[in-house]
Write a protein that binds this ligand. Structure first.
Ligand code: HEC
Length: 149
């Protein structure tokens, strides 16, 4: 029991140390960018499948749609106050001036990724293509307004 407690204390110290190494603002920038990278990777897989450059199995297709939907739901938690000041971000300061409007962009995206999951499960290629177009339009609309070139 003592050993377990000691182990927990050591682990706690290690975690606390790594948290202190980076300021929270920068960690949230790393977090959201990682989310965008994973989301974009799976959007790319579905795109290649639609174009016939790559053939995903039904299971792979469903998983990629699921990952895109999951990322759309969690990555925007990384847009915390003050992170427009980070040296490593392309997020425009307008995001925090009209945050509710920015969040509407996420809501729109999640609506489209939900449809993408349904289409991926259906096995209907035309439905997949239509849903994919909706997702792409949601990405672009937000980037045009809130992401610096
Ligand atoms: C509601 C707004 C919004 C939506 C919707 C959105 N993005 Fe973004 N995206 C941003 C912003 C803002 C940044 C800049 C983030 C930063 O640099 O901190 C960004 C950055 C990115 C990046 C670059 C990440 C990096 O490593 O620098 C990729 C890739 C990306 N988005 C892909 C996508 C894809 C694919 C979609 C749709 C499936 C999407 N985004 C939807 C706002 C959005």
């Amino acid at each position: 029991m003592k050993k377990v407690l000691l182990g927990a204390a050591v682990l706690g110290a290690i975690v606390a140390g790594s948290v202190q190494a980076q300021v929270p603002a920068d960690r949230s920038v790393v977090y959201r960018k990682a989310g965008f990278q994973i989301m974009a990777n799976h959007v790319g897989r579905i795109s290649a499948h639609i174009k016939g450059e790559r053939s995903l199995t039904a299971a792979q297709l469903e998983l990629s749609a699921q990952v895109v939907d999951d990322m759309a739901k969690v990555l925007f938690d990384g847009f915390i106050d003050g992170t427009d000041q980070s040296a490593n971000t392309k997020a425009k300061p307008e995001i925090w001036k009209e945050f509710a409007k920015f969040k509407e962009g996420q809501t729109r995206l999640v609506g489209e990724t939900g449809k993408l999951m349904v289409a991926a499960k259906s096995g209907d290629k035309a439905a997949l293509q239509a849903a994919f177009g909706g997702v792409g339009a949601a990405c672009k609309a937000c980037h045009d307004t809130y992401r610096a070139q």
